[in-house]
Design a protein around this ligand. Structure first.
Ligand code: PMP
Length: 447
């Protein structure tokens, strides 16, 4: 059932609910969040109508059934990314929470200890193992999403660790692994990079980065891959990637909001102190101390996002039914088409590496005629939904010399017709703004 839930043309929709401004909606903002197929919405409704019950604790049938459905969703995520074990998959509210979980936990000085260990805690010897403390270094890139920068800044200010950045100049036209020289040192305890940039569209060379980090960083250095913009669009095999953590958000891959996941190597997860305390994450609780469950329960304190996880499971089934490789091939072609059409529009500069480089199906761009925010507003009047702003990448924009950009991003449900409609609307809008600048209304072309 490929019925999409956001209305595109809304003949019977006097209130313009669903976007499109009374026109055919051209949705080019899937890098921010994807649409949800009807099967996902139905899965949420079915859960609340037929299964609603808290997981893990109840002896009654409903609770068992909702627990099964919740845990089946974990299995689906595990197999989607080829995890060794379901216990390596921790549900979080999204990629942002997954990164915060890792950054918070690694900076803590109490060890959970494989199902034992105490909340009173054994301090991890600073400077050894996976713990990050004073004198240690964390490396990210200047092109990261804020969610892969700010949690590490917070970790650094809490612990006295140093946060270092791979400069945007070594990434903007494709990740230059040579740029890691001098930045990855024996003090580097963690490297966190995005797989695919949500602005540049670059696909980072994970294998080469991993190889460099493994040979030059501290012996126990960990590598986190922010796979928000890759998991929905290409086959991800966590075993082949060779990293320690992968994070992603469900809402960018046809799933509901409020659900994402952290994949981590089991050995690492089970040695990490909990991130949040509460029900479900414990083994035993005494008045003066507690012992902790193993992963994934250790990191899922409280009632989890049950319906959302089940919805994510339905989204994975949906993507599987189309085929992630087919999605990737289709998007590669459509993404190239988008880029070529955009570059044919005079006065448009597309950010990121040149044509011919492997790129995600998204283009962030600036124009010589109109501010990205005005462009977004005018295109919206034409029924075209794009994003404008810094896309949560202020340091990257600053380094590129822009405060904002506009971004059109695609998913498998977009078509060449969408791209053509977008480019036509863009052309009209640029014509209108140029005519304002020259005071010649005849050239407006109508915006
Ligand atoms: N990293 C990247 C590369 C992203 O594109 C996003 C979402 N825009 C995030 C992290 C954060 O994801 P979320 O807001 O869903 O937690």
């Amino acid at each position: 059932d490929g019925r999409m839930t956001t209305s595109s043309s809304s003949d019977d929709d006097d209130n313009d609910v669903g976007g499109g401004r009374g026109k055919r909606l051209v949705y080019l903002d899937s890098a921010a969040t994807s649409h949800k197929p009807a099967v996902v919405v139905d899965a949420l409704t079915r859960y609340y109508e037929t299964l609603n019950s808290n997981v893990h604790r109840g002896a009654h049938a409903l609770s068992r059934e909702s627990t099964d459905a919740y845990e089946r969703a974990r299995d689906k995520v595990a197999s989607f990314v080829n995890a060794h074990s379901r216990d390596e998959v921790v549900f979080t509210s999204g990629a942002t929470e997954a990164i915060n979980l890792v950054a918070t936990s690694l900076g803590r000085t109490t060890r959970g200890g494989g199902g034992g260990g105490g909340g009173g805690g054994t301090p991890i010897d600073p400077g050894t193992g996976w713990h990050i403390g004073e004198g240690d270094e964390v490396l990210v890139t200047e092109a990261e999403h804020h969610s892969n920068i700010v949690p590490w800044q917070m970790l650094a200010s809490r612990t006295g660790a140093t946060l270092r950045y791979v400069p945007a100049s070594s990434i903007a036209d494709g990740f230059d692994v040579g740029a890691l020289e001098g930045l990855v040192t024996r003090r580097t305890k963690l490297v966190s990079v995005q797989h695919v940039s949500n602005v540049l569209g670059t696909v980072n060379p994970v294998e080469a980065i991993v190889e460099y980090v493994r040979s030059n960083a501290a012996p126990d250095a960990l590598i986190l891959l922010d796979a928000c913009q890759s998991v929905p669009h290409m086959r991800i095999d966590v075993r082949a990637l060779g990293v320690d953590f992968v994070v992603a958000s469900g809402h960018k891959m046809c799933g509901p909001t409020g659900i994402g996941f952290l994949w981590g190597r089991e050995e690492v997860l089970n040695s990490m102190p909990p991130y949040k305390g509460g029900g479900e994450m414990i083994d035993e609780v005494y008045m003066d101390r507690s012992t902790y469950a193993r992963s994934p329960a250790r990191f899922e304190a409280g009632t989890p996002p049950i319906a959302q996880a089940i919805g994510l499971g339905a989204a994975i089934d949906y993507i599987d039914s189309i085929g992630i490789d087919r999605i990737h091939d289709y998007e590669s072609e459509l993404g190239d088409y988008l880029r070529r059409r955009l570059e044919d529009v005079g006065g448009v500069t597309v950010l990121g590496p040149p044509v011919g480089t492997e790129r995600a199906a998204l283009c962030a761009f600036v124009t010589d005629a109109v501010h990205p925010s005005d462009l977004g507003t005018f295109l919206d009047l034409e029924g075209v939904a794009i994003r404008s702003g810094h896309h949560c990448c202020q340091p990257l924009h600053r380094a590129l010399g822009y405060s904002h950009s506009a971004r059109a991003s695609l998913y498998f449900y977009n078509t060449k017709e969408d791209v053509d409609d977008f480019v036509r609307a863009l052309d009209n809008t640029l014509g209108f703004f140029r005519s304002l600048a020259t005071g010649n209304d005849d050239e407006s072309g109508g915006a």
